[in-house]
Design a protein around this ligand. Structure first.
Ligand SMILES: Nc1ncnc2c1ncn2[C@@H]1O[C@H](COP(=O)(O)OP(=O)(O)OP(=O)(O)O)[C@@H](O)[C@H]1O
Length: 672
């Protein structure tokens, strides 16, 4: 008899034994209301075990890692740290239930194990210890191995286990997946003596795995965002080069057009290069600190690791290939819009990413945002990075055209249609934009009665000039924009629902500047440089307090347009190398003044006895008490006092210094 026959025969014997056990087993299941259908998942697993020749008489798993290997696997197991707090909480909840909680990696190695000492000792007999492997190949059907094989949560009862040595146990496992590749990263498992089994155990591990999964997804989103941020920074810095970011599994996260062209033929080569670098890097302990490489290839000029805190999350690659540069130059020249679109706030990065994705398609885009947020600039950038970039970009403000002229403006007219019209007739905006992009700004202002005509053109892709008889085909990509709430307008029947859905295939929201203050310093800097260049002047500095006000407290009701105009105004009026509030338009200057006045009512001074007293500007004594109270409450902690007063700590320091207030006095206020 062959080994295989022996194994099969003994598995039949075991099956017989199981039948003997079954009466007792069924009673147990009935008592606990455990569902008892013969489960295909178990049958299939047994089949796999027989096919791979797992010995059903096996008493324990024999694959065991050394301590050193366990540590190595834990270090490479990115789930471990993230899952630990959740597992610790679950371990507390399952204390004294006779169950062992484990976390295994994708190979089925137990890397975390927790439970009662007596149960741990019993489990040791089958080698259920940290570092042992519980794949189906190692020890037959069991929740860990079967869950890894099927990708499904599973509970395996007693004699459902393939190998004899595990028959006294019941285990429940649920998988955790890589959010990007969807490969299984590991499983959470609860294992206990078979007569302690409960259906709830499966629910518990599923809940725990879902919690871990959620954390993992959040982390993946954060990493993705960080990688995108890095991409945009580099894309702006090296507009002539190919720029690509990849995640840790060398999947492309984002790439500009030049990089995409290069990657079409060289992706495999880049992956190999990264793999090689990582292997060399890991074998060189010192290199651990080195975060960028100069690869020895003519095309990839730099590879930089991207980190989130201390964790490496991906790679940024800059590709400078002669052919890439030459081909991308005309693109970049005719496409200044992307690099002129300033901003690195999450909202801007998200909006730009969406635009990049849709740029080369023909789907209509609806841009939503207050006046001056940059909707037209976005529309131009989409056009400029699309394959229509060499054709016209035509913008029309639907709110600025009188109702009766809108049809003629959009569709044109034939000769002799109007008295006073052009003799030869006139092309409409649709015809002018043929092959390119038509930007319908303020679409919410489009007269209701005209909307049906617009809808027809969008559906049929042909226009009929006023006074004409033969429709003409037009190939136009539509980008619309509005500051209005179109959904509300549709509800109020002021905007046609069918037109709304036609335009709203992709919508991109551009938040007001006050909601993305991270972008303000960049924009200030960008416009100061631009106007310094325009007016041929050295680059001045903005007074730091004023800048803090502009960045943190001014509301920018006119958004980027207001900021751009304000900086131009300031550049024209400042003579020296410093911009202060007098150089800005009145509205901003006045807002700054009242802001500082509001804050100077918290002025401090010291009296002749070096005691803290309040204000030289006649503020009411109630306020004096408030400030002294704040300093007392904060124990003289200026940072905390500044926070409570709503002013910067540096501002508070400066004022205290200006007023000659000594630290002693402040401390005394804190400790009277
Ligand atoms: N992110 C940005 N980077 C650089 N300049 C910007 C940005 N956003 C807007 N601008 C500038 O601000 C001004 C206003 O932008 P734009 O006309 O695109 O806004 P809009 O939202 O279309 O305004 P409206 O709704 O009033 O037509 C333009 O001069 C534009 O160049």
């Amino acid at each position: 008899m062959t080994q295989r026959h022996l194994a099969l025969t003994s598995s039949y014997e075991i099956a017989d034994k199981r039948l003997e056990m079954s009466r007792q087993w069924n009673c147990f299941l009935e008592e606990r209301q455990i569902p008892r259908a013969v489960r295909p998942v178990v049958q299939n697993s047994w089949k796999r075990c027989m096919e791979t020749g797992v010995d059903p008489t096996r008493q324990q798993t024999t694959v065991l890692l050394s301590d050193e290997d366990v540590q190595k696997r834990i270090a490479n197991f990115r789930l471990y740290q993230l899952a630990l707090p959740i597992l610790e909480r679950l371990a507390k909840q399952t204390e004294e239930t006779g169950h062992l909680l484990t976390l295994c990696n994708h190979d089925g190695f137990i890397l975390y194990l927790c439970g009662e000492q007596s149960i741990l000792q019993r489990a040791e007999k089958m080698n259920f210890v940290v570092g042992s492997q519980w794949s189906e190949e190692a020890i037959g059907t069991n929740a860990i191995g079967t869950c890894l094989k099927t990708g499904q949560p599973v509970q395996i009862f007693a004699s459902e286990h393939f190998c004899e040595g595990v028959h006294d146990w019941t285990c429940s496992s649920a998988p955790i997946f890589d959010p990007i590749t969807q490969n299984i990263l590991g499983v959470v498992d609860l294992t206990g003596p078979w007569n302690y089994a409960q259906p709830h155990s499966l629910g518990l591990v599923v809940a725990a795995s879902q919690l871990i999964q959620q954390r993992l997804n959040e982390e993946a989103d954060r990493h993705r965002y960080r990688l995108m941020e890095r991409f945009w920074e580099a894309h702006r810095r090296y507009p002539q080069d190919g720029v690509v970011v990849l995640d840790l599994s060398f999947q492309m996260v984002q790439a500009n057009t030049a990089a995409r062209r290069w990657l079409a033929n060289n992706y495999a080569c880049l992956r190999q290069l990264l793999y090689q670098l990582m292997t060399d890097h890991q074998s060189n302990a010192d290199a651990q600190k080195c975060k960028s490489f100069q690869p020895q290839t003519p095309d990839v000029t730099a590879i930089e690791e991207v980190f989130d805190d201390d964790a490496r999350i991906g790679f940024l690659c800059i590709i400078r290939n002669k052919s890439v540069v030459n081909r991308s130059e005309p693109l970049m020249r005719s496409n200044p819009s992307w690099k002129d679109l300033v901003g690195h706030s999450p909202a801007m990065v998200q909006a730009m990413t969406k635009c990049e994705v849709v740029a080369d398609t023909d789907v209509p885009v609806l841009l939503l945002g207050e006046s001056g947020t940059g909707k037209e600039r976005f529309a131009r950038a989409i056009h400029a990075s699309s394959r229509r970039r060499d054709k016209p970009f035509i913008a029309i403000n639907c709110g600025a055209i009188p109702k009766e002229l809108i049809a003629a403006e959009l569709f044109g007219y034939e000769p002799g249609t109007f008295t006073g019209g052009l003799k030869q007739g006139k092309k409409g905006k649709f015809e002018e934009a043929d092959g390119g992009t038509l930007f319908l700004d303020e679409i919410g202002e489009m007269p209701l009665e005209f909307q049906v005509h617009l809808l027809r053109v969008l559906q049929e892709k042909e226009i009929l000039r006023l006074g004409g008889h033969r429709p003409a085909k037009v190939d136009v990509r539509i980008i619309a924009a509005t500051h209005r709430d179109l959904v509300q307008m549709v509800r109020e029947k002021r905007f046609r629902a069918d037109l709304f859905y036609r335009l709203h295939v992709i919508s991109i929201a551009i938040p007001p500047l006050r909601d993305r203050r991270d972008d303000i310093p960049l924009l200030l800097d960008h416009f100061v440089r631009r106007f310094a260049d325009k007016y041929n002047r050295p680059i001045p500095k903005i007074d730091p307090e004023l800048k803090a006000f502009l960045v943190h407290r001014y509301d920018w009701p006119g958004n980027v347009r207001e900021l751009e105009n304000a900086v131009e105004h300031a550049m024209l009026f400042c003579a020296g190398d410093r911009i202060d509030s007098d150089h800005f338009p009145h509205a901003i200057g006045n807002a700054y003044l009242s802001d500082t006045q509001e804050q100077t009512c918290t002025l401090l001074t010291v009296d002749s006895k070096n005691e803290l007293t309040f204000t030289s500007d006649g503020s009411p004594s109630g306020e004096k008490e408030r400030l002294l109270q704040i300093l007392t409450e904060t124990g003289g902690n200026l940072s905390e006092a500044a926070r409570r007063l709503g002013i910067a700590r540096t501002t508070l320091y400066r004022r205290l210094k200006k007023l000659g207030i000594e630290k002693r006095a402040i401390i005394r206020a804190g400790n009277p």
